[in-house]
Write a protein that binds this ligand. Sequence first.
Ligand SMILES: [Zn+2]
Length: 145
Amino acid sequence: MIEDIPLPSIDDPLDAPYWDAARRGELVVQTCSTCGRRRFPPRPMCPACQSFDHTWERVSGKGRIWSFVFPHPPLLPVFAQIAPYNVIVVELTEDPSLRMVGNLVRAADGPINQVDPATITIGMPVRVVFHRVDDEVALARWVAD
Ligand SMILES: [Zn+2]
């Protein structure tokens, strides 16, 4: 477990619905109400049709590893003490252009340095899990699927 990790701001109206869903254990993305295109990360305007109207749509939480790295020092002290750990980029099954950055873990609340780096491959199927950091913040993480 990482103590004192920097946490995201969750009260911005732009992405608050994402954090609300994460607390419920659901992965959601913005979906344009005009053209139907999904987008992530959250932003005010649709990049396809410039509409500001959108909804939030739940996605399966399944995807594949599109890329990964093992950060090396210099790192923030809180991360230096657990290096090496993985950072993966996941492309979502619903739309591979939707990519999310996270950590591959063995279990939602497990450490982010527990997966053997030699076992991580591009294209590996993964599914989302949520690590509840506190009453406010739940972070999306990924496990092998
Ligand atoms: Zn649109």
